[in-house]
Design a protein around this ligand. Structure first.
Ligand SMILES: O=C(O)CCC(=O)C(=O)O
Ligand SMILES: [Fe+2]
Length: 198
């Protein structure tokens, strides 16, 4: 499997090399065109729902499996089983993330129509590692430290790529996605912290 780690030497607008925060890994071309098509077909058969947050409807739609995080109760609830059709992807991502596939307990599909965003956030506390696969279009991914809200950097996350946020990148940094230009799907895979999984 050809995997390129873009952890070092990212270039900014001014060609100043910047490092991703520790724990952020990027694998361009992680899945093939054929695998992308097959995932898009799998997603087409799912029922996606408008994502609601604190009473507001976001432009994006989601379908969640394995565990659902309730923003109201701030707790994880057991969800629908993850469809078998995603098993190969979970195995492939687990290998890249150096976790066991059994630890990947949550799968979230998100649809971003043109203009949709995801605002600055850290993923919900019960989740541990976060992995994202991008389908159909590239996006502009942004990271900034949680404590210091000034936008720090923005970089392309390409279709068919995988990013992983673990350690510091997951715990101490926020991420967001600028309005997408074209329809984009993402598949987010997450492990769960031990205490939440008893
Ligand atoms: O679409 C993505 O790649 C990001 C999704 C995300 O950050 C989330 O659902 O928490
Ligand atoms: Fe997130």
């Amino acid at each position: 499997m050809a995997q390129l780690w873009h952890g070092l030497g990212m270039l900014t607008l001014f060609d100043i090399p910047l490092d991703y925060p520790p724990g952020f890994l990027y694998f361009p071309g992680f899945i093939s065109e054929k695998e992308e098509t097959s995932l898009v077909e799998t997603i087409a058969a799912l029922e996606l729902h408008t994502f609601m947050f604190q009473g507001y409807a976001a432009k994006r739609k989601t379908a969640s499996f394995g565990f659902d995080y309730s923003f109201k109760d701030k707790h994880l609830k057991k969800g629908r089983p993850i469809p078998e059709t995603f098993s190969w992807l979970i195995e492939k991502v687990a290998r890249a993330a150096q976790v066991s596939p059994e630890e990947v307990l949550e799968l979230l599909v998100t649809e971003y129509p043109p203009g949709a965003v995801i605002n600055w956030h850290r993923d919900a506390p019960p989740f541990n590692m976060v992995a994202g696969i991008s389908l159909l279009s590239d996006c502009s991914f942004r990271l900034r430290p949680h404590e210091e809200k000034r936008p720090l950097f923005s970089f392309p996350v390409e279709r068919r790529s995988l990013y992983i946020m673990a350690g510091e990148a997951r715990a101490l940094w926020q991420h967001s996605i600028a309005p997408v230009q074209q329809l984009r799907y993402s598949i987010t895979l997450r492990t769960v912290k031990n205490s939440e999984n008893d």
